[in-house]
Structure formats: structure tokens, C-alpha cells
Design a protein around this ligand. Structure first.
Ligand code: SF4
Length: 205
């Protein structure tokens, strides 16, 4: 089939990416019976990738800074996004499954692109550095450390680990909203900054 025949219009109103061409479908080498799909989006992603990466929890992200290549561990598969607009996706059922999952990623890309125009580049680089250097203990030090279990975890350490893995959200720690723990909230704001607070699920409203 030609590229024209493999082209799909996904988001007609997308701010950056609207269409994708399915370039190749091969057997997946890590999951028997599944496929690896190579796709090409209709716009380069070089400037949006650094913005996009901080919209996902650290545990879901692997970022090769020198090549500006982002791999996401989402939807029980690996999705690799290249500056050229190429996207590869493993552990996929079929073409329909690939397009359904890609639609969610394309929405995120378009949101990041819109955000890009009013994002300070140095602030963004700063957020990236913090993201790549952060461990559960850093977060733990800024949690109330009461072990109250309100977040659904037995300990604050377990909560910090799940938070970095993207398996829970920061606003589940309800003591953080109490005045007596405002120092901890300030500690988190200093450690993470507002973009990463939002990435980890903090709703300040
Ligand atoms: S709700 Fe917050 S303070 Fe309570 S155990 Fe969870 S992380 Fe710790």
C-alpha cells in the first residue's frame, strides 16, 4: 500500500499533529502474537518533546537528552517518540489498537505544543533536570510523614514510590492540604516547581 493509502486523519483540529501514516507493522519481539507498529506523524516534534516529557510522571518516562528521544511506558507498552515525528509502539494488538493509543498521545502532543508558546525555556530545562535526578527519598522528605494511610498506602515511602511511578496522584495525600503541613507543601513546591506538581497530580484549587 502507498503512504497515501496508509494515511489516517486523527485530529482535524490538532494544533501541531493531525495525521499519521502507518509505515510498518511487524511481529513484536517481546510479546508473542502482538505487533510493533512504526508510524509517522505529520509534523517534526523536536521542540515539543522536552515540553511533552514533563507532562508524564517520571516513572513512565525515559528521555535520551542528547538525541531528544522520548520513550513512554504507557498503556502496557513502550511508545518511542522521535524528533522527526516518527513513533514506534510495541505490544500492540493491531492497527486499530495502535491508532486508538496514538490518538491519546497526539492529544498530549498538541496540548504540550499549545503550552510551549507560553513556557519559559529555562524553567522547562530546570524542570527536566529535577525530573531526571529525583528519587523517592527526595519526595518523602517533603511529605507529612504521618503514615496516616489516607492516600491508600501503608507508608509515606510507599506513596512516594508510587507517585514517581505514576501509579497514584499527589492530591491523594490529603494532610498536605492542612495548614499544619504547609511547610511540607512549600518543600514540595520548591523541589518540584508548579509544572511537575501538576504532572504528579496536585490540584491546588
Ligand atoms: S496520606 Fe500523606 S501523610 Fe498520610 S501516609 Fe499517605 S503520604 Fe503519608
Amino acid at each position: 500500500m502507498t503512504d497515501e493509502e496508509n494515511k489516517h486523519l486523527i485530529l482535524a483540529d490538532g494544533a501541531l499533529v493531525k495525521e499519521v501514516i502507518i509505515k510498518e507493522i511487524r511481529p513484536c519481539i517481546v510479546a508473542e502474537g502482538m505487533v510493533r507498529v512504526l508510524m509517522q506523524l505529520d509534523s517534526p516534534l523536536d521542540t515539543v518533546i522536552p515540553i511533552l516529557m514533563v507532562t508524564y510522571p517520571p516513572g513512565k518516562v525515559n528521555y535520551l537528552k542528547n538525541k531528544n528521544i522520548l520513550t513512554l511506558s504507557l498503556f502496557d507498552r513502550l511508545i518511542t517518540i522521535y524528533p522527526s515525528g516518527k513513533v514506534s509502539m510495541n505490544k500492540t494488538i493491531d492497527e486499530e489498537d495502535a491508532l486508538e493509543t496514538l490518538t491519546k498521545i497526539m492529544n498530549d502532543i498538541n496540548q504540550a505544543h499549545l503550552h510551549q508558546s507560553h513556557t519559559d525555556t529555562s524553567e522547562q530545562q530546570d524542570a527536566q533536570e529535577r525530573l531526571s535526578n529525583m528519587g523517592p527519598l527526595d519526595l518523602y522528605h517533603c511529605l507529612p510523614q504521618t503514615g496516616c494511610g489516607d492516600c491508600g498506602e501503608a507508608t509515606c515511602t510507599a506513596f512516594a514510590m508510587k507517585l514517581l511511578a505514576g501509579d497514584t496522584t499527589l492530591d491523594r495525600c490529603t494532610p498536605l492540604k492542612e495548614p499544619e503541613h504547609s511547610n511540607k507543601l512549600r518543600c514540595l513546591e520548591k523541589l518540584l516547581g508548579k509544572p511537575l506538581m501538576a504532572t504528579l497530580g496536585w490540584n491546588s484549587g
